[in-house]
Design a protein around this ligand. Sequence first.
Ligand code: PLP
Length: 215
Amino acid sequence: MNIATRLTEIKKILPDNVVLVAVSKTKPVQDLMAAYNAGQRIFGENKIQEMTDKFEEMPKDIQWHMIGHVQRNKVKYMAPFVALVHGVDSLKLLQEINKQAEKNNRIISVLLQVFIADEETKFGFDKNEISEIFNSDFKNDYKNVKIEGLMGMATFTDKQEQIKEEFTTLKNLYDQFATANDLTVLSMGMSGDYKIAIDCGSTMVRIGSSIFGSR
Ligand SMILES: *Cc1c(COP(=O)(O)O)cnc(C)c1O
């Protein structure tokens, strides 16, 4: 199957309220254009340099999502155009995004990344830190960012029950703060686990290899 066909097959499965981020990291522009020509307009990258290069080369109606771990000293390169930063995992990073957004006269949309996995390697806030942020005066402290919701990655495992538990934990946390803080995005689910994520209440899935092939 080619990229356009795989994309179409996935879109058929997704409920109407679930947004698809096509994760195109490491893939050449030509592959992204195949998805673009099949109607895809939201692409996810995990390296700022690569996303910026692709942004410059590709049509301007694309929404670029930064899904990876962000180095603070590189925020300035994506600040003029990034549509959504999924992986905000520290207040220092939030501060830097706010600063660069202000310089660009923009309000940058972000998601707070929550650590839900049973692994050492995944970034994110814990539940208590998320509570602290939403109970703080963050709208005043970070006037040029808009916290749109939460993002999380489940443990890389084939234990379906564990993945379900982790996504449910994230969904419950989201529900606790969504209404009061006007949150609309719960980003969870990748190629291997997006069906479980959707069952658990995901509103945004980040799918790479199932569209573009393995990396
Ligand atoms: C690479 C990546 C994805 C997509 O992974 P696939 O398994 O290829 O679908 C999703 N989210 C994040 C944060 C990633 O880094």
